[in-house]
Design a protein around this ligand. Sequence first.
Ligand code: ATP
Ligand code: MG
Length: 331
Amino acid sequence: MRNITVLKGDGIGPEICSEVVRVLETLKLDLNFEMYEVGEACYEACGELIPQAVFDSIENNKIVLKAPITTPIGKGFKSLNVQLRNKYNLYQNIRPAKSLPNIDTPFKNIDIITFRENTEDLYIGEEVQIDENTVHAIKLITREASTNIAKAAFEYAVANGRKKVTCVHKANILKLSDGLFLSVFNEVAKEYPQIEANTMIVDNTCMQLVMKPEQFDIMVMPNLYGDIVSDLTSGLIGGLGLLPSANLGEDFAMFEAVHGSAPDIAGQNKANPLALLLAACLMLDYLEYRDEATKIRNAIDEVLKEGSVRTADIGGSASTTEFTDAIIAKL
Ligand code: ATP
Ligand code: MG
């Protein structure tokens, strides 16, 4: 029996999380889900955003399925997402945007994977108040982290039969920091002559993604560009409700939706559970339950093809529960 730590999160987190676990449980796998509350609700109850019992569980199980957690804007709180990624050195954030059937977008046959460096860049959150009217933020780029993410992207390409890796950067302006990221990429690329490698400035990348998305296969980039560009790729396939992610390190793995806690629709049973469900599929792939992951993906495809049951963000009127029921019925 393999134990999985499940974090229920804030906002729409608990609603989509319970539905995703319900889907996983219908497969009757040899998995046990340890469910934990974290985030705001937990803070009110026990004074901590993540209680020690959760860290203990993660350290035992080494695998986490995580619903979105709210990061309060402004002073006081450090992002829990960033804390978890740092604490367990989850240096790769892999975000596969793949077109799903019968979703109305201007783009067809999208299949683009963003490899987002996940431990440094502006996300270290080091800001210094220089004077009343001036703030400096530190953008940290290291050879080690840049090498790790570049290698991860190329290794993934080799292992999964992908053809091309594009490095996304702004080295024309940030000559030292993004310059280092870019030069490390170019060095690593030489070790993988069978994979096509190219580089592109981030602003141009955004335009190209909308004009000619078919030129992209795998993209690798520093943390902040990865955050922004992957939301863009979610738009190509029909929105944030559809984009999963895998956060991988050497010893730990955490699977989550790319979207946040969506407080605007929380508690209304109308959030799209697919991003988290597709993240659960990435987790099943990782656990070598590949056939079971395929079963869930096929069930999702069938429900989308039939078209009548879907959540509001993708043009339907079904609730989170009804949408999940339809997927379970196909399993
Ligand atoms: P974060 O800072 O955590 O990335 P955010 O401010 O970018 O959060 P999200 O919570 O990701 O915001 O939500 C952005 C928009 O997408 C909101 O309008 C939200 O309702 C919508 N959205 C996000 N996730 C879903 C979902 N699963 N189903 C439907 N709509 C969603
Ligand atoms: Mg966001």
